[in-house]
Design a protein around this ligand. Sequence first.
Ligand SMILES: [Zn+2]
Length: 315
Amino acid sequence: MPRQLFVTTALPYANGNFHIGHIMEYIQADIWVRFQRMQGHQVNFVCADDTHGAPIMIAAEKAGKTPQQFVADIAAGRKPYLDGFHISFDNWHSTDAPENHDLARQIYCDLRDIPESEGGSLIARKTIEQFFDPAKNMFLPDRFIQGECPKCHAKNQYGDNCEVCGAVYAPTDLIDPVSVLSGVRPELKSSEHFFFKLSDPRCVEFLQKWTQDGRLQPEVANKVKEWFSVRSNPDGSTSEGLGDWDISRDAPYFGIEIPDAPGKYFYVWLDAPVGYLASLKNLLDKRGQDYTAYMAQPGLEQYHFIGKDIVTFHT
Ligand SMILES: [Zn+2]
């Protein structure tokens, strides 16, 4: 029996031009895919542009383009490389495509609407305080805030960690914080965010089993084991186990609007991995094949070629 293989490479983030680091991963994956095809196995090898998030919105604004136009221009520059290196993708799509909007919303709604009889919703709402740029009129991602490290007092450090002493902290710990976008001092402002309840016992139990049953390579399985023990928080405290995951961002944001929540968007890392499925669905639709039936095959194997820095989000 031929194996059914669904294979992906990491989606290139479309805030900058295609480069040698991308093509290196694609060549490795392509060699593996070609080998599987030569064995007679059936492979769907797909990728997509990772289009959403604040960095792309900001890069597009700087370039004087809409985010859509900015991403389209980056994408147009990639084709000669894929063709030139003979990378044998079956499909290339976009996380801004309708399939991805639909699938991301569907997955969210399925988690939100779990009936009480099955344990209840896995989505929670909490009000959090965040830095807000009053000149740009937007909430600031950690990487768009700079200031003095609270530990070693190095200047111009990012809002999430210090590149001089390695300290990890919250942006609110920075001394004399400034917005990288406008240079003004950000203000603290509260906003309601949506969280995926990863700390729920159903998720913990599922993930613990799922990550340790042999499907992940040992290096990755060992790395993610850390989630289930002691975790250090940005404020220096530690807590046990998985924390809930903040999956929303406030407008203005280039992304997928959350159903029944005007002005709230999915954080890019929510919809980016769903983009693999969207690209696969787009491919199967073009061929007249049924996506749901394909995904439901008990023998279907999924392989993601990724770098270790994005293991957490993928798992
Ligand atoms: Zn420091």
